[in-house]
Design a protein around this ligand. Structure first.
Ligand SMILES: [Zn+2]
Length: 205
């Protein structure tokens, strides 16, 4: 993976620790539980949304609380102590996922100035090539989910076009997207903030 920075790791719930030549970002038990998908609602434990027994739930939680897990900023890799390899691997995967989501939304947010008028489907690619040039583009008459950001596009505020499933790489059929990509960027930035806040909520739990 590409190097993670202290800022990126603390944004998703880590805490920077420096001493002498050591520079590490530690994740505490509640933060690790969040990445591991372990949750307790006051009644029952769930793992990735699936109910698990109280014994397993408590056992996982105490391992995450007693173990240590950190990212070494000097050697650029993850380490753990007192946790199984499988547990460590799953947490590392989830952290990488959170980091790449965070950087994807950052990239989307800085991509293109909102003043530039974007043509419909300019960032779609199909077997026909990039964009939807040559395809009829309509204005949506019914609300639909935006291809770019997933939010609801009200009638009249979106581009609507058709991509033949045979030519599709990413999306196919009738596709709706916000006419104004600034809306998508805002939605994606908000989603990123929520993700970050959720990770932090686990830490402060
Ligand atoms: Zn959108």
């Amino acid at each position: 993976m590409t190097k993670a920075t202290a800022a990126q790791l603390t944004a998703i719930g880590g805490s920077l620790w420096e001493k002498g030549t050591f520079r590490r970002v530690y994740f505490n038990g509640p933060a690790l539980a969040g990445f591991y998908g372990l949750a307790h609602d006051g009644w029952k434990w769930t793992l990735d949304g699936e109910k698990i027994s109280n014994n397993s739930g408590s056992a996982f939680m105490s391992r995450l609380n007693l173990g240590k897990f950190w990212y070494d900023l000097t050697t650029d890799d993850f380490h753990s102590q007192g946790m199984s390899d499988a547990m460590t691997a799953k947490i590392v995967d989830r952290i990488k996922e959170a980091l790449s989501k965070a950087s994807a939304t950052e990239a989307a947010a800085t991509e293109t100035p909102a003043t530039i008028e974007m043509s419909a489907g300019h960032d779609v690619s199909t077997a026909d090539g990039p964009g939807v040039t040559g395809r009829p583009v309509h204005t949506n008459r019914k609300p639909g989910r935006c291809r770019r950001c997933g939010a609801l596009v009200s009638a009249g505020e979106g581009h609507l076009y058709y991509i033949d499933p045979d030519e599709a790489y990413e999306v196919s059929g009738w596709v709706v997207e916000h006419k104004d990509p600034a809306i998508c960027r805002e939605v994606l930035a908000k989603a990123h903030t929520l993700l970050t806040e959720r990770a932090k909520a686990y830490v402060n739990d």
